[in-house]
Design a protein around this ligand. Structure first.
Ligand code: FAD
Length: 289
């Protein structure tokens, strides 16, 4: 089923998880155990990230997405980047995904990597959205940035470019992670004013590792509110305490999003099933149909 149809059918917030293909072979074997726990939480879909730069088809992303869809019968959303691929490579990927019964892709430009030369056949995610729409029947999702994409001139241009992506065929959006819900609410209002009317999933990530979150934030530019910074400073060297504090912060963020009537919540699980389990246990009565 296309993700936009899931949104049409359900009245309560859509809950989804993101996982990434582990780099080490050993960890890749453990992905089944992670999927066992995640699937038992009955998310509406699970997305699988895509490492830009490698061979477009020889990718663990497709194997994991295929398992999600065909073994666990959960909708899989395959991330697909375009900056470093040719049109013929993307066509091969589309065929490969179709052969695995995949129905949804998250069409992305991908980050610029100084070590990998862009192929110049796609410049922006909206080019990929239009191409996928022309060559398949996939449901197409796109990324969006409540705090503005780091390369954008300003917020107005960023929203204008997002509208181009939706007009090209994206029927669902997922936000970059954010820690301040007010920033998300303000962003959603701006998208609606701009005539962007597709469902927007709020992307949230539990902060359970200080170094990891500081690296993520330096890449994506998310603001860390004082309340969260205090937790990070106080519990940086106490793994268990930071786990509890970071998870509680995230759960409170999710409760506020649900209370505010958010359409969907996309949890960046970092492949940690305990995190997903604790979050779902804490909000289960809030997301009942
Ligand atoms: P775009 O939508 O193309 O935007 C990129 C920049 O170009 C923005 O500044 C935008 O304002 C600008 N722009 C867009 N269109 C135009 C235009 N017509 N004219 C001028 N400027 C324009 N990366 C991975 O490598 N693998 C993943 O699996 C992955 N998953 C992600 C999942 C989510 C939910 C998010 C939010 C990001 C993910 N990323 C992933 C990171 C993403 O690839 C980067 O953020 C990348 O820098 C931008 O990708 P995009 O698809 O948002 O690009």
């Amino acid at each position: 089923m296309k993700i936009s149809e899931i949104f049409e059918k359900k009245t309560h917030p859509i809950i989804s998880f993101e996982i990434f293909p582990p780099k080490r072979d050993e960890a890749l074997k453990n992905i089944d155990a992670t999927l066992d726990v995640l699937s038992a939480l009955h998310p509406d879909f699970i997305s699988v990230t895509f490492g830009a730069g490698g061979s477009v088809t020889n990718s663990a992303t497709v194997d994991i997405a295929s398992k999600i869809k065909n073994k666990y019968s959960i909708e899989a959303l395959v991330h697909l980047t375009c900056l470093t691929y040719s049109k013929s490579e993307i066509l091969t990927m589309i065929k490969n995904l179709q052969d695995h019964g995949i129905e949804n892709v998250l069409a992305l430009r991908g980050d610029r990597n100084p070590n990998i030369e862009p192929k110049k056949e796609f410049q922006y995610a909206s080019d990929l959205v239009a191409f996928v729409k022309e060559h398949s029947d996939f449901g197409i999702s796109g990324a969006c940035y409540p705090e503005c994409h780091p390369e954008s001139k300003d917020r107005i241009n960023d929203i204008f470019n997002l509208k181009t992506k939706v007009d090209a065929g994206a029927t669902h959006l997922i936000t970059q992670l954010f820690f301040d819900n007010e920033i998300f609410y303000d962003f959603v209002e701006r998208t609606r004013l701009a005539g962007i009317n597709v469902p927007i999933d709020a992307g949230v990530m539990p902060v359970i590792n200080k170094a990891q979150i500081e690296r993520m934030v330096s890449l994506c530019g998310a603001t860390i509110p004082q309340k969260l910074q205090r937790l990070l400073d106080k519990y940086a060297d106490n793994k268990e305490a930071l786990f509890d504090a970071g998870l509680t912060y995230c759960i409170n963020q999710i409760i506020d999003l649900i209370a505010a009537g958010v359409e969907g919540i996309h949890i960046y699980t970092m492949n940690n099933p305990v995190v997903a389990q604790r979050i779902c246990d804490s909000v289960k009565n809030l997301i009942k149909p």
